[in-house]
Design a protein around this ligand. Structure first.
Ligand SMILES: Nc1ncnc2c1ncn2[C@@H]1O[C@H](COP(=O)(O)OP(=O)(O)OP(=O)(O)O)[C@@H](O)[C@H]1O
Length: 305
């Protein structure tokens, strides 16, 4: 490492303590307000979902939480401290993230990718790195051991020496999570972690997120897979056109008419079309004698039924 980086306080938060507190966050791009006056909290021990239609402002909000964007208005605090407006400082403070589009170092090994993720937790400075003294070697060995532990945690320990680009898609996503965990966060933000995954990979990711939460790390997740979200999350917030429409537990959000209208659509389980289908069939049955009279004029009509 080339700079001396103080190791911040990464002590686990007390259960239920607010770790993330966003107040009145607004983000404008010229005339477009992508996020409007959003209040949002995440508590320690929680898995919180952020859902909404395409273009609702979810990723923009994530970017406001992680120092990639400086909100036009509002404030974001992590464990009570206002976040610095630089992403590497936000990571050092204790918030890690993955991206919607995988951003691995494709030509580095799996292990090296995780080691890169540890840089905010390494205190060896330039001289130590250049002189390669015993302190440097100890720190390097500790980093490798921790990186291997994380690879084991996500199930990639046997692929430590593979190039990242040679991993199948689902494993690349897991590696991204391991790299994010390498910064020892108190809050992990996942942006569409199951995008492009098959159902089996999605289930494994679900288990992984539960395991991360069980390690005392709060999780905030954006996802379009509603089964994944509603299985996983203690609380779900819905963004529509940049504004928070509803927030609550899965049942509350799933049953909210505004959310159904704006995003979820009618639930399939209740077969909402049944009544209409019955009405149409009844109308057709009533019209049948008439139709029979005209069947000569409508070739093939019998076959259509
Ligand atoms: N850097 C930017 N400059 C200008 N407009 C932007 C920028 N980033 C996002 N936007 C706009 O802000 C709005 C919200 O986009 P955002 O990507 O945050 O939505 P999203 O909810 O994450 O969508 P999706 O589910 O498709 O990923 C969109 O209209 C988008 O075009």
């Amino acid at each position: 490492m080339t700079t001396e980086t103080p190791i911040p306080d990464t002590a686990p938060a007390a259960p239920g303590e607010v770790v993330l507190d966003a107040r009145g966050v607004t983000m404008r791009f010229g005339g477009l307000t992508a996020v409007r006056n959003v209040d949002f909290t995440v508590r320690s021990g929680e898995i919180v979902g952020l859902i909404g239609p395409n273009g609702a402002g979810k990723t923009t909000f994530f970017n406001c939480l992680t120092g990639l964007y400086i909100p036009t208005e509002g404030e974001v605090r992590y464990k009570g401290q206002v976040l610095p407006p630089k992403s590497f400082k936000v990571t050092a403070a204790g918030i890690a993230r993955t991206f919607q589009n995988i951003r691995l170092f494709a030509n580095m090994t799996v292990l090296e990718n995780v080691l890169v993720g540890r840089h905010t937790r390494t205190k060896e400075g330039l001289w130590s790195a250049l002189l390669r003294g015993p302190g440097f070697h100890r720190a390097e060995a500790a980093s490798r051991a921790r990186a291997m532990e994380l690879l084991e945690f996500v199930g990639l320990e046997k692929k430590a020496e593979h190039l990242a680009r040679n991993l199948p898609y689902g494993e690349q996503r897991k590696l991204e999570i391991a790299r994010a965990l390498a910064s020892e966060p108190g809050l992990l933000l996942l942006d569409e972690p199951t995008a492009g995954m098959n159902p089996q990979e999605t289930r494994t990711t679900e288990e992984l997120v539960f395991a991360i939460r069980d390690k005392g790390i709060a999780v905030l997740v954006i996802e379009h897979d509603m089964r994944f979200i509603f299985n996983l999350c203690d609380r779900v917030a819905v963004l529509v056109q940049g504004e928070k429409l509803v927030e609550g537990d899965s049942a509350t959000v799933q049953g909210d008419e505004r959310v159904i209208a704006a995003y979820l659509g009618e639930p399939f389980e209740n077969a909402p079309g049944d009544e209409e289908v019955a009405e149409v069939e009844a109308a057709e049955a009533a019209a049948e004698p008439e139709a029979d009279n005209t069947s000569d004029a409508v070739p093939g009509k019998e076959n259509d039924r």
